[in-house]
Design a protein around this ligand. Structure first.
Ligand code: DLL
Length: 454
């Protein structure tokens, strides 16, 4: 008979807190880390310039040369890379190695036009797995645990990226992928996993479906969840942790920079994801005035757009990639040398501008979840009523199970009021029946822009 999982976890939890068990880069001093960053950055910038025509062209146009990079701050002199660059070079124009050295490609579906394609050498895949393993371990997952992976497998980096990381950590991986929620629940019941990897809204779908099947979501074997791929709030963390009796941590990443595991959160502190700065150099820039060279780079703590430069990637080195994710850099805590990122408030392209006021879906999530009668299931519709010049925002939100329609209406008034106070916008609230809005299967679409095009 093998040890039961509870005994195993307790022993391994202690072992894993031992700094000797962490990657040496996790426990470096900030000075050591910055020295490593500088040498890797100098290498990457020269490597990209020599091997990728787009970088040579862009650097030449901007009048900068890799030899101009003497200190980390010099990075601000180099031009940005955008999703548009990747699209124009579709499919493989930004690869820095010959095709026979590319071990795998992934692609993002892309809501408009061509997808963006990314590639990995064998070394890139090994580094990626190591960083996902590092992130999972920070979030409480331990070697020997059973891990249910509900990120979608395929071209999306979530499924295979999380899979390889969990394997590298020494876990037993259950490669479930997204969807087929009842089957997921069946396997959670039968296989008794310790941890689940999913988007926060998909975990919510699972919890909801469990309740409908008469299973108490707090009664499963799950103890840890590592959630990412979409913005989520502290209120959502609380919701998931209490309904499922788990510890939920954040994992961040994007395909252009690597995939999941660019940053990961520590279960001991639960205070935002640590960016793994031995592999990525982050900057925060002013998204509204990005072209002022080093002057548009903002200081730690200031909110702006997150920009990444890869430090070790071979197949697709990426220089100053504009993520469109809005957040800020915070000092390291559980891994002192690695700065944390604040929660992503939203993507600059998901920002709703309503009569001059900027609004993100995460703000609605935060406010709605503080009203006990309202559920986390909501969507936002933007319309322009005929003959009007002003847009209308309608928040469709489900009342919780057991709340009467009248109770829902009262809660809807409270939501309207709170949005007005905290965001400064007037909107229409439509409180709908439990179970009537579409459920997430992965990344949930929150915004429906129903305004006439053109
Ligand atoms: O979503 C990679 C990933 C997979 C991360 C699984 C975490 C877990 P993309 O499909 O390229 O890659 O989408 C990247 O998703 O720019 C953010 O806008 C958003 N995003 C990813 N993680 C988080 C997070 C994957 N933890 C885009 N919080 C990013 C908020 C996130 N937003």
């Amino acid at each position: 008979m093998t040890q039961n999982s509870t005994t195993l976890n307790a022993t391994q939890q202690d072992a894993s807190l031992d700094p000797a068990k962490l990657d040496p880069e996790e426990t470096m001093s900030r000075d050591e880390l910055e020295a490593l960053q500088l040498s890797r950055l100098q290498h990457t910038v020269a490597y990209a310039y020599e091997r990728v025509p787009l970088y040579k062209r862009k650097f030449d146009d901007a009048g900068v040369h890799p030899s101009d990079l003497h200190e980390l701050g010099d990075l601000g002199k180099f031009p940005y890379t955008t999703k548009e660059d990747l699209r124009l070079e579709y499919p493989f124009g930004m690869f820095a190695v010959p095709q026979n050295e590319v071990a795998r490609v992934h692609a993002s579906s892309g809501t408009t036009g061509r997808p963006t394609v990314v590639g990995y050498t064998k070394n890139d895949l090994a580094n990626w797995a190591r960083l996902v393993a590092r992130s999972l371990r920070a979030s409480g997952v331990r070697p020997g645990m059973k891990v249910h992976n509900a990120y979608g497998y395929g071209l999306f980096t979530g499924g295979l990226g999380a899979h390889a990381g969990a394997e590298a950590l020494g876990c037993t991986v259950i490669p479930m992928s997204g969807g087929q929620t009842e089957r997921q629940i069946q396997l959670i019941q039968d296989f008794q996993p310790d941890a689940i990897l999913a988007t926060p809204t998909y975990l919510l779908t699972i919890a909801d479906a469990m309740a409908h099947m008469g299973i108490d979501p707090a009664s499963t074997s799950l103890k840890y969840a590592v959630l990412g791929a979409e913005p989520w709030t502290e209120e959502m963390r609380h919701e998931l942790e209490t309904t499922m009796n788990i510890k939920a941590c954040d994992i961040y990443g994007l395909s252009e920079v690597m995939g999941p595991g660019v940053a990961g959160e520590s279960v001991e502190t639960q205070d935002g994801s640590h960016i793994w700065e031995d592999h990525f150099r982050p900057e925060i820039i002013d998204p509204f005035d990005p072209e002022r060279g080093t002057a548009s780079v903002l200081g730690d703590g200031e909110p702006g757009e997150l920009v990444f430069t890869s430090l070790t990637k071979e197949a697709l080195p990426i220089i100053r990639y504009r993520t469109k994710d809005l957040t800020r850099l915070l000092p390291g805590t559980a891994r002192p040398a690695h700065r944390r990122m604040g929660r992503i408030t939203g993507r600059s392209d998901d920002m709703i501008i309503l009569r001059g006021v900027n609004l993100f879906p995460s703000q609605i999530e935060e406010i709605a979840l503080r009203i006990p009668e309202l559920s986390p299931h909501f969507q936002l519709e933007i319309t322009r009523p005929e003959g009007k010049r002003m847009d209308t925002l309608t928040v469709k939100i489900e009342r919780r199970e057991g709340v009467s329609p009248e109770g829902g209406t009262t809660a809807g008034h409270a939501l309207r009021e709170q949005i007005k106070i905290h965001v400064g916008s007037s909107c229409v609230i439509d409180v709908v029946d439990p179970g009537s809005l579409e459920r997430s299967n992965g990344k949930l679409r929150r915004i429906y822009d129903l305004r006439p095009k053109g």
